[in-house]
Design a protein around this ligand. Structure first.
Ligand SMILES: [Zn+2]
Length: 299
């Protein structure tokens, strides 16, 4: 079973925790390689930072080490000082870590999802009722309202997946807790609906976002990009890989199933906007056929 540790990076392979110093390695648990020959690369540039790592723990070594979270330098410094001065303790941090993990990504599911039914697609409407996201310049329509309507119509048209529409809670922590809300449904894949905006009214075109290390996310993005390009005929901005600190990164990283974020057009570009309004039905069909093809190709 995977273990989670919170601690401080000491150098490339040493990690200081409440159990003392443990070794980190990218080597697989049953590998014939010597773990000390393959120290965990993610630690190298992060000496002094507080981090959460996971992996398989044996012989004081964390095998197949993965970086779950790293705290920025100032916050790391604050925590290290608090630990030194006795204003907090590793026990307190560990207790909080467990709570925070459950809030953000949810507890581990107890049952296996039903595998005989059609795969479940979580169709996530971006933003929320009282923070509606970007606004179309000419038609005054917000992302949240536009995509709420689109999601309902897409749900009716999809044939190969069961679609569950998901809204984030209409509270200031609604986005932080969105991955846990989605993970609780145990979907096979996730499509989150947005549209783009820029201070530069000339910015235009279609793009899909996916998590940089997700192979299935990348394939889903390619499929959906092709369908939406055909439907709207706007400029191809291609698929974009996203890291946790970039836009959408929190959702893309902490959802358990592969996930994409759609940015079919710019609401701040008049040609894009007019095209999207005129071809709304084509966009709906593109999303539905994209989801169907994702099921056929990947699930
Ligand atoms: Zn958005």
């Amino acid at each position: 079973m995977k273990s989670y540790f919170i601690g401080v990076f000491k150098n490339t392979s040493d990690f200081e925790t409440n159990h003392g110093i443990i070794k980190l390695t990218s080597v697989k648990l049953q590998s014939p390689n010597d773990p000390s020959d393959f120290p965990f690369v993610g630690a190298r540039e992060n000496e002094g930072h507080i981090a959460i790592v996971s992996g398989f723990f044996q012989n004081n070594t964390l095998f197949e080490c993965e970086l779950i979270e790293i705290s920025p330098s100032w916050i790391s410094e604050i925590l290290v000082q608090m630990l030194k001065s006795g204003n907090t303790s590793w026990d307190v941090l560990i207790e909080q870590l467990t709570k925070s993990r459950d809030i953000v990504i949810g507890p581990k599911p107890l049952t296996d999802p039903n595998t005989t039914a059609k795969p479940l697609c979580a169709l996530v409407v971006g933003h929320r009722q009282s923070q509606k996201g970007a606004r179309m310049l000419l038609n005054n329509v917000f992302e949240f309202d536009f995509n709420s309507e689109i999601a309902e119509a897409v749900k009716q048209k999809v044939k190969k997946a069961n679609v569950k529409i998901v809204f984030r809670d209409d509270t200031s922590n609604g986005y932080t807790r969105l991955p846990a809300k989605i993970n609780a449904l145990q979907p096979k894949f996730i499509v989150s609906l947005h549209f783009n905006a820029s201070g530069n009214s000339r910015a235009n075109g279609t793009e899909m976002l996916y998590y940089h290390s997700s192979k299935k996310g990348y394939k889903m993005a390619l499929i959906m990009q092709r369908h939406v390009l055909e439907a709207l005929g706007l400029r191809n901005r291609f698929t974009k890989k996203v890291k946790v600190t970039e836009r959408g990164g929190h959702l893309l990283k902490y959802t358990a199933a592969p996930c994409i974020i759609t940015e079919p057009f710019f609401g701040t570009n008049s040609h894009d906007e007019q095209t999207a309004i005129a071809k709304k039905q084509d966009l709906i069909k593109a999303y539905a056929s994209g989801i169907d093809e994702i099921v056929t190709a990947l699930f």
